[in-house]
Design a binder for this molecule. Structure first.
Ligand code: GAR
Length: 210
């Protein structure tokens, strides 16, 4: 069974979507550990309710990002994690974590990348005035929300929307997309091609439609 380590910072509704997909047999994986960098993160409860180790590693307790990431790596390795899932994890990660899980870190981002990377992506998109918004699941590389895209889902933006109603519509799609892509990974449908001599990696996702 593929073991996932899920990193969160807040509500954890995407974590819950992953756990529900596992419970319902839509995702053949195990969440081996959940780690939050925020001690009060509500999402930890979704793991604890299922008896899954739910740990706090507070970034504020570390002297710099690399030391924090080294602690994450130690903990993920201690739980024999195969793939790391960033599910609303609001920290920039360093090569310490990237190199420990090369092209094995998945992020969900609430915008159609490469538009609107970074924080408050839904608000950025709303304020720009886009007519189509959405979410992206991608592999993490050294940039901010720049890694190879695995799948995207689009939603309409209505004139009656505000940033909050749009965010809710996007989040509902995130809850569908993230477990689906993780199941593709489990099924071995995701191949990463790294060009010799460096350059941007490409992914092949061997599914009929995405
Ligand atoms: C989600 O919308 C996720 O895409 C976003 O944070 C939210 C977390 O919600 N992530 C980012 O913005 C990462 N840059 P959740 O805690 O309920 O899953």
């Amino acid at each position: 069974m593929v073991k996932l380590g899920v990193l969160i910072s807040g509500t954890g509704s995407n974590l819950k979507a992953v756990l529900d997909a596992i419970d319902q047999g839509r995702l053949a994986a195990e969440v081996a550990v959940v780690i939050s960098n925020v001690p009060s993160a509500k999402g930890l409860e979704h793991a604890r309710a299922r008896g899954i180790p739910a740990l706090v590693i507070d970034h504020k307790a570390f002297d710099g990002r690399a030391a924090f990431d080294a602690s994450l790596v130690d903990t993920l390795r201690a739980h024999e994690v195969d793939w790391v899932v960033l599910a609303g994890f609001m920290r920039v990660i360093t090569p310490v974590l990237l190199d420990a899980f090369p092209y094995r870190i998945v992020n969900i981002h609430p915008a159609l990348l490469p538009s609107f990377p970074g924080m408050h992506a839904q608000k950025q998109a709303f304020e720009y005035g886009v007519r189509i918004a959405g979410c992206t699941v991608h592999l993490v590389d050294a940039g901010t929300d720049t890694g190879p895209i695995l799948a995207q889902a689009a939603v309409p933006v209505f004139d009656s929307d505000d940033a909050s109603t749009l965010s809710a519509r996007i989040l509902a799609e995130e809850h569908q997309l993230l477990p689906r892509v993780l199941q593709w990974i489990v099924e071995g449908r995701v191949d990463v091609e790294r060009p010799l001599g460096g350059g941007r990696a490409r992914v092949r996702v061997n599914v009929d439609s995405r």
